[in-house]
Design a protein around this ligand. Sequence first.
Ligand SMILES: NC(=O)C1=CN([C@@H]2O[C@H](COP(=O)(O)OP(=O)(O)OC[C@H]3O[C@@H](n4cnc5c(N)ncnc54)[C@H](O)[C@@H]3O)[C@@H](O)[C@H]2O)C=CC1
Ligand SMILES: O=C(O)C(=O)[C@H](O)COP(=O)(O)O
Length: 411
Amino acid sequence: MKLVIDTNIPAADACFGAFGTLIRVPGREISACDVVEADALIVRSITQVNRALLAQSAVRFVGTCTIGTDHIDRELLTERGIHFASAPGCNAEAVVDYVLSSLLTVSEREGWPLLERKVGVVGVGNVGSRLQQRLQALGVETLLCDPPRAEKEHVEQDGVGQGSAGQGGSGQGGTGQESLRVEGQQGFVSLDELIDRCDVLCLHTPLVSDGPHATYQLLNAQRINELAPGTVLLNAGRGDCVDGLALRSRLAGKGDITAILDVWEEEPGIDAGLRDLVALATPHIAGHSLDGKLRGSWMIQQALAELEGQPSQTTFNELCPPPALAMLTLQHMLPVEDALRLCVRAVYDVRRDHDALQRQVFQQGIKRGFDYCRAHYPLRREFNTLKIVLKGDAISLQEPLSAAGFQTQCG
Ligand SMILES: NC(=O)C1=CN([C@@H]2O[C@H](COP(=O)(O)OP(=O)(O)OC[C@H]3O[C@@H](n4cnc5c(N)ncnc54)[C@H](O)[C@@H]3O)[C@@H](O)[C@H]2O)C=CC1
Ligand SMILES: O=C(O)C(=O)[C@H](O)COP(=O)(O)O
């Protein structure tokens, strides 16, 4: 079997070596010629798997070691009878770590208490629901917006649907929104209500170009203009879910909101002007923990093994090495947010990634700098790889630290 695989996929040999010959090609360079004789194509989010790429290919399996699938022409694969697998949830914990590290950073810079803010989560899937759980456990009030889920769970609970939860791109509350208020176990709200009521907005939606729940420019110019002064907007879904030009003019004009962007329109050729105005600007690395990337490789390996009728090559635990920093002791009480910052930054400090992008863009220009940071991404583990030992009066920090995602031990 001949497998064409993105060079940036970790543990490629351990996961896929036993299936046949691996041909490694940088993700943005995989071309139609590369896949002519391939049986399997294993990618991450930067390879557009479309008609042009597969024109002369007899590929039987396409796997993406990522959560998002907007780079894959799923209809084409179905039409051609090509098996497809993605890795749902593989790096969801890493994205939540990124969000917490980012919010703790801007709240410290701007001098407001994160735990007292109201946070809106848009897109309550693998990432959004984990984020909501951690925030809720930390005592942060959250509001949730997920029209597809609201609609589905409403129908499931009551046996009938009452109107649409779609945002319709108008920026207005609109017809049918009220009926969604308390349906579903989660009590979803419309995007406009969430914008109206929250101090912090976290976007975790997939890129959906059309249909009733399209997310393309979900945060359009009107909604961006409606954000209350002081609002924090974080996007770790897909760049095209936010109108970048409108965001740039709000930041450059009134400059009264804070933006945290990990994803951008037109990556890697992102808008340099927007990047300059963003409080934390990172090169689409929210999910780039070692654990998350290895989980992605491992999940696609499992899917290919099943298709080929072969036993799985390895377990996830065999793939994932122990962390360098395994344990940290707190022996005195600290203010809760200070303790959170200390422990979060011991595992993942988002400022490192922001600074690296700034440095590399300065040295190499936007496109090369963006991709350099991604290709040379430093080793990063997830919060749950760190055990925090609590002694003395620091024992009272157990609840918030385990809520944030760390292992904790008293005494
Ligand atoms: N920045 C990064 O490094 C990463 C980005 N992502 C992005 O985050 C997205 C979400 O990831 P998961 O939570 O794992 O996906 P998921 O598929 O588990 O959840 C997505 C949720 O968004 C909801 N949704 C769809 N349309 C919506 C709309 N119009 N308004 C509000 N909600 C809507 C869906 O109903 C679903 O519950 C991925 O599709 C991917 O594009 C994922 C991982 C890493
Ligand atoms: O899983 C997803 O979806 C993502 O966005 C990935 O974390 C992005 O990873 P790369 O494809 O950029 O390596």
